[in-house]
Design a binder for this molecule. Structure first.
Ligand code: ADP
Length: 266
């Protein structure tokens, strides 16, 4: 009877586990369905623009200025499509552990300055002030893939602009977390993320609001790229108050440079 009882207990546990797994499958299928629907929409929007303008221009009768505007829209929308497809390819590379880093020395201040230039126009449109605050007392150099790290910060600052209201600000702060770790914070005063959603935003495909565009892959990709660099990415946020994304990266160990306390002896 005791053995029977044990079986009963184990069967009960097995049933509960299977139930849980079934629920997880349903949940992850739902997430994938949502992703397919949002990515289809994301791909369709630029395609519609490209189709519309190429048909219009083919029909002829436009002056050079009008033709130029049409061509510029086609080119911008094509760029957007390439960006979306690249994001999907990056995600799939990361999933399969196939993203290769091209390692070099990366000056974080220079990288963030470049990043800011890339989002300047978008921020300007919403009258958002972008500010870089370098609080480290020496050049902050990390070892990593400059293009991939730029992709991370571009994504974070782009999100900050996207989820901020007009006339607000975004601060990028560089500090030394400790003698061997750099810390970059992207701080916005935007719409924020509720506690309920905060744990999920770095999950693949997750978006709080599907109407704001995007694929829901950006944070998942960024987090994994940071982790490939042996760093960490953390998000703190308060609904209605703003979001801070903190990225830590290991510093390049300086040889024989006095005074910073961060160098190795040999
Ligand atoms: P995407 O921006 O393509 O939707 P991300 O993975 O970059 O995908 O972000 C996932 C979700 O996290 C966003 O859709 C948004 O809901 C939320 N989010 C990301 N960054 C911020 C931010 N700075 N402020 C508020 N919400 C954010």
């Amino acid at each position: 009877a005791r053995i029977k009882g044990n079986y009963k207990y184990e069967l009960g546990e097995l049933a509960a586990t299977l139930n849980y797994m079934a629920e997880e499958i349903v949940r992850s299928n739902q997430i994938k369905d949502d992703f397919i629907s949002s990515i289809s929409h994301e791909l369709r929007t630029p395609l519609t623009g490209i189709k519309g303008w190429s048909e219009t221009l083919t029909s002829g009768g436009f002056d050079p200025e009008e033709t130029k505007i049409g061509m510029q829209i086609i080119s911008k929308e094509t760029e957007r499509l390439i960006g979306l497809v690249e994001e999907m390819l990056d995600f799939s590379k990361l999933q399969q552990n196939e993203m290769k880093l091209v390692i070099g020395k990366v000056n974080l201040k220079e990288l963030l300055q470049e990043t800011m230039l890339n989002v300047w126009a978008k921020a300007e449109q919403k009258q958002i002030q972008l500010k870089l605050d370098d609080r480290a007392e020496r050049p902050v150099i990390v070892v990593g893939d400059g293009n991939r790290l730029k992709q991370v910060f571009l994504n974070l600052v782009d999100n900050a602009v996207k989820f901020s209201n007009e006339n607000s600000w975004i601060h990028l702060v560089i500090t030394l977390k400790d003698s061997s770790t750099a810390l970059v914070q992207v701080i916005d005063s935007g719409i924020g993320i509720s506690e309920e959603h905060l744990g999920k935003v770095s999950d693949r495909f997750f978006q709080v609001n599907h109407n704001r565009g995007g694929t829901g892959l950006g944070l998942a990709i960024s987090k994994q790229i940071v982790e490939l660099h042996k760093g960490e990415m953390q998000i703190h946020s308060e609904l209605g108050a703003g979001t801070t994304v903190s990225v830590t990266l290991p510093l390049l160990e300086m040889v024989g440079e006095a005074g910073s306390g961060a160098e190795t002896a040999e």
